[in-house]
Ligand binder design. Structure first.
Ligand SMILES: NC(=O)c1ccc[n+]([C@@H]2O[C@H](COP(=O)([O-])OP(=O)(O)OC[C@H]3O[C@@H](n4cnc5c(N)ncnc54)[C@H](OP(=O)(O)O)[C@@H]3O)[C@@H](O)[C@H]2O)c1
Length: 306
């Protein structure tokens, strides 16, 4: 008679209701992992539940709820952020909330914590939401939590569709220089790397850049989409001087605007560029810019899912 096997301890995903977080959940399930998701009390967990994900209700601003959610987990992956949704408490979520996650992981003695960080976050104190990721990495290190921080470039699929499908609109909106190369990623690739990072052969503290084989300019992105889709797509760029002025004037009252203006100013320096050596060692051949843009173009060309 066979004895019933004990289920594998789950991986807790924080941010599972988000765009990236949802794809991380799918990647973990495809790897045969048991998944638990931390979901805020008022957020819809039905889609996750229908996939067999265990739901732990909680909030990054409630330390006790995090400690409870991490009980018995093997690892934690967080993709959560306050600034991405313009949450009223965005800054608190990105500072106190991330510190709470680190504290809870420390108390629960999790084997590995996988943080979605941001490329160059340790070099950009003026870009608040970048710097908050550096602080989150530092907190994990101070508390001795074994962690891997993946530091991706800008999500091209999200950037390209900010103002609608560029194949319908004929344009991509941009707020910086269109001829400065920078590192992009696709959300779907990053989701695979985050899931793989749970069992990757890494040291107890690692910060890993994530990108393509080379940085590209926004102009090159639209040229390639145009060629591949056979439809003209242009860049509609807000001149950097206007972005800077908005950052100075509106940013004095709206922190998010100041933060965005500082981010584009950083992009314009040409230093938002990944070193993908470690990415290649851990996750295999780094996507080429050509292949990634071609995959994005075919996603944009596909009819919307019902
Ligand atoms: N976009 C880029 O170019 C870029 C570049 C580099 C790195 N990143 C990073 O990639 C990630 C983007 O993820 P995404 O696209 O999935 O973002 P998203 O769609 O905005 O999702 C944010 C997630 O965070 C959760 N969350 C927010 N506050 C929370 C709280 N207090 N407690 C618990 N959960 C909370 C949200 O839950 P609710 O459903 O309850 O709101 C949601 O699941 C972020 O970490 C971002 O910093 C983005």
């Amino acid at each position: 008679m066979s004895t019933p096997s004990t289920p594998e301890p789950p991986v807790l995903v924080v941010g599972a209701t988000g765009t990236l977080g949802g794809q991380v959940v799918d990647a973990l399930l495809a790897r045969g992992k048991n998944v638990r998701a931390l979901v805020r009390p008022a957020s819809d967990a039905n889609k996750l539940q229908s996939k067999g994900v265990e739901i732990a209700r909680g909030d990054m601003l409630d330390l006790n709820s995090l400690v409870a959610a991490m009980e018995g987990v093997d690892a934690v992956i967080t993709t959560a952020a306050g600034y991405t949704r313009g949450d009223k408490k965005a800054r608190e979520i990105d500072t106190t909330g991330n510190a709470n996650l680190a504290e809870a992981a420390h108390r629960a003695d999790v084997r590995r914590f996988v943080l979605t960080s941001i490329l160059t976050s340790d070099r950009t104190p003026d870009v608040t939401h970048f710097w908050d990721k550096k602080l989150a990495e530092d907190k994990l290190e101070q508390l001795g939590v074994p962690f891997v921080a993946l530091r991706p470039g800008a999500f091209l699929d999200q950037v390209a569709t900010m103002a609608g499908n560029p194949l319908d609109k004929g344009r991509i909106m941009w707020m910086g220089k269109t001829a400065t190369p920078l590192t992009f990623v696709l959300t779907s690739d990053l989701a695979q790397y985050l899931a793989a990072a749970v069992d990757a052969d890494v040291k107890d503290v690692e910060r890993i850049d994530i990108g393509w084989d080379r940085p590209v300019t926004v102009r090159e992105v639209t040229d390639k989409i145009t060629q591949q889709a056979g439809k003209p797509v242009n860049v509609r760029s807000i001149p950097p001087a206007v972005t800077r002025a908005a950052g100075a004037v509106v940013g004095a009252f709206v922190p998010m605007v100041k933060d965005m203006a500082a981010m584009f100013r950083w992009f314009d320096t040409g230093r938002y560029v990944a070193d993908t050596t470690r990415q290649a060692q851990l996750f295999g051949p780094v996507p080429t810019a050509e292949d990634a843009i071609a995959r994005l173009t075919s996603e944009l060309s596909a009819p919307p899912r019902p």
